[in-house]
Ligand binder design. Structure first.
Ligand code: AMP
Ligand code: MG
Ligand code: MG
Length: 307
């Protein structure tokens, strides 16, 4: 058999790197000192876990894939990264899967990796641990084509025998794995949105969806997991605030199972390296029935959110 294509090697590495990231997230929490720094405001925080995980992911990827562009959320001073943060493993099962033909000849310098070392930092500091995810998204020709999500505290309330943490991954043309795909029953509208970055536009737009239920949880990664596991039917966030590293991996995984993520106008996100980081026109994502939710976004909300 010929050696695996670059994309499959990158996803296999990202899987192992995301698992290492999950152990770092748990270790910082159990160490007791989160080292919280306020970034743009009291709802925009950085902890020692955000910093260490970004160093770990970016340095590990750069060592194995030196010509890939890697963009991480945190602005960190350049410094030598401790060797114990470097992960060189590759998930064997992913290496065995053949690469979709449209991606077999991709070269390193054509790929952009968007890294959110810890998504749901606010919730991490508040002890809402299963809201936290680590996001590694892979883009080619401006499109999110593959993603890995580690959820370090999956199962943390399930008792001593349950395995703590999990890793979900997906590639367009292959599918997504590491969870049970489920849909919300037809006709039931469960809207999921932010719990810590709300405002009037966000609540107006959620109300316009005519929801049977509204779920408020932290994290873009966590909200996409709720969609693909059948706990919510639409992720609605009519506000600036989310960035490309929040949406790249979740979008790739959602699209790999047939869902759709766009801004609140229905425009696709672009992930080329020059793109503006902020998703200024919010997020609308569903596993199915996208058009129903898109049609209910109020004109006033659309007018307020310029892409
Ligand atoms: P949330 O749904 O509030 O957990 O937000 C999802 C992601 O977008 C998280 O990484 C947040 O930090 C980020 N985010 C959303 N709104 C804001 C905001 N107003 N300021 C800073 N970050 C935000
Ligand atoms: Mg985030
Ligand atoms: Mg983050």
């Amino acid at each position: 058999m010929s050696s695996p294509a670059l994309l499959m090697r990158l996803v296999a590495s990202a899987y192992s790197i995301a698992e290492r990231a999950g152990t770092i997230v748990r270790k910082v929490m159990s160490g007791g000192d989160l080292g919280i720094v306020i970034k743009s405001g009291i709802d925009d925080l950085q902890t020692q876990a955000d910093r260490l995980v970004q160093q770990s992911i970016c340095s590990s990827l750069a060592r194995s894939f030196p010509r890939v562009t890697i963009i991480g959320e945190e602005d960190l001073p350049s410094q030598d990264v401790e060797e114990e943060l470097i992960e060189t493993g590759q998930h064997e099962e992913i290496l065995k899967i053949s690469c979709p033909s449209q991606y077999t000849s991709i070269k390193e310098d054509e790929l952009v990796v968007w890294v959110d070392p810890l998504d749901g930092t606010k919730e991490y500091t508040e002890g809402l641990l299963d809201h936290v995810t680590v996001l590694i998204g892979i883009a080619y020709e401006g499109k999110a084509i593959a993603g890995v999500i580690n959820q370090p505290y999956y199962n943390y309330e399930a008792g001593d025998n349950a395995t703590l943490g999990r890793t979900i991954w997906g590639v367009l043309g292959i599918g997504a794995f590491g969870f049970q795909l489920q849909e919300v029953p037809d006709g039931k509208h469960i809207v999921i949105t932010t719990r810590s970055h709300s405002n009037k536009l966000v609540t107006d737009c959620v109300a316009a969806m005519n929801p049977d239920k509204v779920v408020r949880v932290g994290g873009a990664g966590n909200k996409i997991i709720h969609l693909i596991e059948g706990h919510a039917s639409a992720y609605v966030f009519a506000s600036p605030g989310c960035k490309k590293w929040d949406t790249c991996a979740p979008e790739a995984i959602l699209h790999a199972v047939g869902g759709k993520m766009t801004d609140i106008h229905g425009n696709s996100f672009q992930y080329n390296k020059e793109v503006k980081h902020m998703n200024s026109a919010g997020i609308l994502a569903t596993l199915k029935n996208f058009d129903y939710y898109a049609s209910r976004v109020p004109k006033s909300v659309k007018q307020a959110l310029v892409p």
